[in-house]
Design a protein around this ligand. Structure first.
Ligand SMILES: [Zn+2]
Length: 72
């Protein structure tokens, strides 16, 4: 059955910690930053201790993050 998953929630990413949050959020739930940008690529971090990407992006918790955050 080819059901397509539709993204109904608009998302944006925190410029400081790269967390992906719903577009209506005013403050980042992870770091408290109020600066957001457009998501450019997504990264799923399972093991932040060993992930090279997690180190590059300074991520220290499991989750889905924006690879890059672009200015709007
Ligand atoms: Zn943040």
């Amino acid at each position: 059955m080819g059901k397509t998953l539709k993204l109904t929630v608009k998302l944006k990413a925190c410029k400081r910690c790269h967390a992906i949050v719903p577009a209506h959020m005013k403050v980042c739930p992870k770091c408290g930053s109020t600066e957001f940008g457009t998501i450019e690529g997504m990264v799923v971090v399972f093991d932040p201790e060993r992930s090279v990407i997690a180190k590059l992006l300074k991520i220290n918790a499991k989750g889905i993050y924006a690879q890059r955050v672009r200015d709007r």
